[in-house]
Design a protein around this ligand. Sequence first.
Ligand SMILES: Cc1ncc(C[n+]2csc(CCOP(=O)(O)OP(=O)(O)O)c2C)c(N)n1
Length: 370
Amino acid sequence: MTSSSGSASSTPSGPSGPSGPSGSSGSSGASSPTASTDRASGGLSVELSLRVHDLMLRTRVLEERLITMYKQGDGYFWIGGPGEEAFNVPLGLLVDKGQGADHDYLHLHYRSSGTLLAMGADPVDSLRQMKNTATDPYSKGRNFAGHYSMRRWNVAPVSSPIEVQFSIAIGTAQAQTRRGGGKGITIVQGGDAGTAEGDFATSLVWSSRKGHELPMLMIVTNNQFGISTPFDGQHGETRVADRGKAFGMQTATIDGNDPEVSWAALKTALDYVRTERKPYLLEAMVSRLHGHSSASGANFVKEEVDCLSRFEQRLEEKKLLTRGQMDDMRAKYTQQLLVASQRVREEPQPKPETVWDFVFADKNHVGGEN
Ligand SMILES: Cc1ncc(C[n+]2csc(CCOP(=O)(O)OP(=O)(O)O)c2C)c(N)n1
C-alpha cells in the first residue's frame, strides 16, 4: 500500500501524478512510532496524525523564522524546505536513528529541516547556523542554513554542490553490505534537477549491480524546478522514478504533499530496502513554497499546494483539532523562536584564529577514534 492508497490527496500538478510501487515489497523493518488501531485519517492513528502535524507546523515556523532572520540581516543566505514537510517529517519519524553501520545513514539535501526536527533536532540550532555562531553544532558557524551534519545520528554533511550525496551514499551502503548482518540502510535525497548530474547515474549503476545490490533508498523530492528552470522540457522520461526500472529497481512516484501517502510509501520502501538489502527509487512530488532560496526573494508562492494548510483542513474536518487550536499552536511556536533568535544574536561568533579548525580530521574516525 503506498501512494495509490492515499485517496484523500489530490494529484500534484505537473508531469507525473502519484502511482503505486512497481513490483513487490518487503514486510518487516523500520522502527515506527505508535500505530494505534484508532485510525483518524488515511493510515495514520490519531496520535500519529497529531504528532506529524505538530512537527510539520514546527518545521514551517522554523523556516519562516530563518527567512525573517535573513531579511533582517541576521544571516547571509537562506535555503530550506517549506513545502516539503509532508514528506520529510514522516521520513524523520521512520528513520532508524543512531551512530554506525547498524543504523540508517542519511545523505540529505538543504531542504531537509522537517526530517531533522522529526528526528529530534533542536530548531534553535538551525537559528545558530543561520546566524553563523560558534555554537552552531552542524558547522560551527561556517556553513549556510539547512546544511545539517550530525555524526551521532549518521547524518552526513549536507552539500551545497548538488547531487554529490548520491555518489557519497554508495560508500556507506557498501560499508553496510560488507559488514553484513545489520538492518541499517542508506538513505539519500535530492531534487529533480539534480538528477541530471552524473552522480545520480552513478548511484543507479552502483546500487543495482546484479548480485551486489546495495541497501539504498534513493529519494527524489520533485518540486518541478531547478533554480529557475522548469522540469518540463528538461526530461525525456515522464517520471524520474521510471529511470530506476531500467536498472531493475523497485520504484514509486507519490504525492509528497500528503503526509499519509508519504508515510505509507516510505514505510513500504524502507521495509523493502531493510529486508531485501536492495535499492528502491522513490519520487515524491512536493511544493516549493518560498521559491528557490533568498536568491529569488524567499517570498511565499501562493500558487503552490500548501501541504500544511491542506493537512490542517483535514484534521479540522476529522475534528481532531480546531482552527483556533492550530492558530494558538502557531502563535506559540512563532513567539518561542522569535525569543530564541534574539538570544542567538548574543551568542559568540567563531574566532578568527579558529579558521583552520575542522578543515582536516584531527582523529582517525575511520580507524575507530571518536
Ligand atoms: C554541482 C552544482 N551545480 C549547480 C549548482 C547551483 N544550484 C544550486 S541549487 C540548484 C537547483 C537544484 O534543483 P533541484 O535538484 O531540483 O533541487 P531543489 O533545489 O529544487 O530542491 C542549482 C542548479 C550547485 N549548487 N551545484
